[in-house]
Design a binder for this molecule. Sequence first.
Ligand code: HEC
Ligand code: HEC
Length: 163
Amino acid sequence: MTARTLSLLVALLLGVSAAYATEPGYPLDAPAPDGRRAGGTLTQELPAPPIAEEENKDLKRERNYPEQPPTIPHSIRGYHIDKNSNKCLSCHSRANSALTQAPMISITHYMDRDGQALAAVSPRRYFCNQCHVPQQDVKPLINNSFKNIDQVLQDEINRKQKP
Ligand code: HEC
Ligand code: HEC
């Protein structure tokens, strides 16, 4: 291939990509992937959906497995946690739970990493929101096919009973 045909080829390729970039309708107007942000195009900035309300029904939710940190069934807006104070413990600590009728934090919250029980809440369980989260009043964006162990066991029984 001579230098001349090569440079012609390069010029042609550059021309093609330039044509694609400027051609209206491609690819900037491609529809946005549906799911998290339905509708619109890739480059359109749609107004953000309003922030959903925190679920605040005060009803404990089922845990998916026994070791799951339970989700918080009440609003925690404005609850402060820092070095000097912990709003959560004002209700959930051992001493305060009788007064507030909030469930007491379990024994694991008093254990250090070697499983030794401490007199006070363990530092590694102090920042409650590392593990416990409130829930918003929204539909899940993506379907979830998780089955808890009770369902798995029941499926197994059903499978064995089939002739
Ligand atoms: C004003 C008292 C109060 C405060 C403050 C409070 N809670 Fe609660 N919490 C409760 C009560 C009462 C319940 C029992 C269910 C209900 O009534 O909402 C509860 C339930 C929970 C549960 C569910 C337990 C289970 O077994 O399902 C979690 C987790 C929880 N709270 C975490 C927190 C965290 C984290 C904070 C701080 C961000 C916090 N709470 C602050 C009173 C409180
Ligand atoms: C490192 C993760 C972690 C942190 C931090 C943490 N928790 Fe938990 N929490 C758990 C797990 C896991 C469970 C469920 C198993 C258990 O009891 O250990 C639980 C259980 C609970 C329960 C239910 C207890 C019961 O007997 O049903 C309450 C209430 C609770 N936590 C409140 C809190 C509060 C309040 C804080 C902050 C002071 C906190 N947790 C910090 C992981 C955590």
